[in-house]
Design a protein around this ligand. Structure first.
Ligand code: HEC
Ligand code: HEC
Length: 457
């Protein structure tokens, strides 16, 4: 390395100034920019570009959730996040190697935290990483768990954008037979039995006293049930309820999601070494990571991994092959996730949304170009995550970089159209190391320990 640290300070410092700063007198001779300046020095255009990636701002408002910023709602959400009691029986048990959560048939074994709360720095599915590519809850799912730290910044939730709000996600997750296998009636009863005081303190309409199993009209609310997904769905008790009682349970269910979303909004992590570098601490990241910045900007990574979340929030087809343990043969991503989003009674246009004027769903429709597209994930904290891509197909960051270097995957006859930005990159071994170094510099401050305490009853 032939550049002195002192001259780097001069050339990479980013005080919001577009132009290189005047060098100090004693380093002026070495520091004058020359046409053959070493590649690790950032140009003024590059400095301007990294200011678009940092710092991480406050979480954007969510007008569709009137309780998004309620401290009491978040405290209830934290309890619900760690509470296993409302999950259904396991279809796949622990075989000693798969990270299973109990014995086949056992209920009450899965909470949100089973897949998301593994450390204060990252909240991703590390539990099952050594043997599984996809998550294991009550059964094997079809995708790799996303991290939830900083997830409240993104407009569309999940790899395929299946949800248009943070609060609607827990609803589908809790009722999904492969994740928690619960039901909205079960959740309403659980809230009444365990968290009645907390719930009633936050939400305007108190939990219906008929949810008490000892109430004379308790039969209005069967112990479990949800709308029939399939003709043979065993939860058909739901269909026998009056529409008015179904609406009461749906409202409670939506509030369950809104409490969880209020908690998720608190899980943010910024102030990474990269952020400190952008703010002017020129020694915060290595020279290798600085070269990584040049590659990240020069090789178009930043076109998709843009903004302070390192994600454009949009969907792209990289054509990562559907291979690995329990990975389904096909996953059409956005294409298969749009119809259930549009059909959901809990989307942002529905009656349970506190703001139906966001226009988020305007003009959204399933269309063939969405085939095989997945949402650009955030790269913040990415080095703390294990198993990368939507089905955990790639084990290390080095493998991810190799995948990009090769120009992504081969769509074959799948009908998937690979994104035009994805093509061979001709990276050297050093370039690859530099990109990985940059990715490692994106690990932010840990989330406060108090948010990771299991406060469930
Ligand atoms: C069995 C493991 C498992 C459990 C249990 C689980 N999740 Fe997840 N979570 C996942 C997977 C897998 C994904 C990605 C799913 C997809 O894209 O289809 C995900 C995605 C998410 C995301 C989206 C993040 C983003 O960047 O869009 C959030 C938020 C989240 N989960 C919160 C929760 C909450 C809240 C609960 C409890 C109600 C929960 N999860 C229960 C595995 C799990
Ligand atoms: C065309 C948009 C696009 C470009 C360009 C792009 N990415 Fe990505 N990136 C994505 C998408 C979409 C995914 C998820 C793909 C999937 O799972 O199928 C992803 C996944 C990743 C992941 C894995 C994250 C995780 O949590 O699993 C890393 C790391 C990454 N990209 C880094 C980079 C780097 C470095 C570059 C430049 C060499 C780059 N990306 C260029 C869109 C893009």
């Amino acid at each position: 390395m032939r550049v002195l640290a002192s001259s780097l300070i001069v050339l990479v410092a980013c005080g919001g100034d577009e132009h290189p700063q005047q060098p100090d007198a004693h380093v002026a001779a070495d520091a004058a920019p020359t046409p053959d300046a070493p590649p690790e020095l950032l140009t003024s255009a590059e400095k301007a570009a990294i200011h678009l990636l940092s710092p991480l701002p406050a979480v954007p408002a969510d007008t569709t959730n009137a309780f998004a910023n309620s401290t009491q709602a978040a405290a209830l959400g934290q309890k619900l996040f760690f509470d296993k009691s409302y999950s259904g029986p396991l279809a796949v048990g622990d075989d000693g190697t798969n990270g299973g959560l109990g014995m086949v048939g056992e209920a009450g074994k899965v909470s949100c935290a089973s897949c998301h709360a593994v450390s204060s720095e990252t909240m991703v599915d590390l539990r099952s990483a050594p043997t599984n590519n996809v998550s294991l809850g009550t059964d094997f799912g079809t995708r790799n768990a996303l991290g939830i730290i900083n997830s409240s910044y993104l407009k569309w939730t999940n790899w395929g954008g299946r949800f248009d709000s943070q609060w609607s996600l827990p609803l589908a997750v809790s009722e999904n037979a492969k994740i928690m296998k619960s039901s909205r009636l079960q959740i309403a009863h659980m809230l009444y039995a365990k968290y009645r005081t907390e719930y009633n303190a936050v939400f305007p309409v108190a939990l219906d006293p008929s949810l008490d199993p000892a109430a004379t009209d308790a039969a209005r609310f069967p112990a479990s049930g949800k709308p029939k997904a399939l003709p043979a769905d065993p939860d058909a008790a739901w269909e026998g309820m009056t529409a008015a009682d179904q609406a009461i349970v749906n409202r409670i269910f939506a509030n369950y999601g809104k409490a969880l979303a209020a908690y998720l909004r608190k899980l943010t992590s910024g102030n990474s070494a990269f952020d400190r570098f952008v703010a002017g601490d020129t020694t915060a990241i290595s020279i290798s990571a600085i070269r990584g910045i040049k590659l990240f900007l020069g090789k178009e990574c930043v076109t998709c991994h843009s903004g302070p979340s390192f994600s454009d929030g949009q969907f792209h087809a990289l054509v990562v092959p559907q291979t690995g343990a329990h990975v389904p043969a096909t996953d059409l991503g956005r294409y298969q996730d749009v119809p259930p989003l549009l059909a959901s009674a809990f989307n942002t246009n529905g009656v349970y949304s506190d703001d139906t004027s966001t226009g988020k769903l305007t003009a959204l429709a399933q269309d063939a170009t969405q085939k095989g597209q997945f949402r650009t994930p955030t790269l913040r904290n990415v080095a703390m995550s294990g198993q990368f891509m939507h089905a955990g197909q790639l084990a290390t960051l080095a493998q991810v970089i190799d995948f990009y270097d090769q120009g992504g995957g081969d769509p074959g006859t799948s009908g998937v159209v690979k994104d035009s930005l994805i093509g061979p990159l001709t990276l050297s071994a050093q370039d690859k190391t530099d990109l990985v170094e940059l990715l490692k510099s994106l690990t932010g401050d840990p989330v406060a320990d108090s948010l990771l305490v299991d406060t469930s009853k």
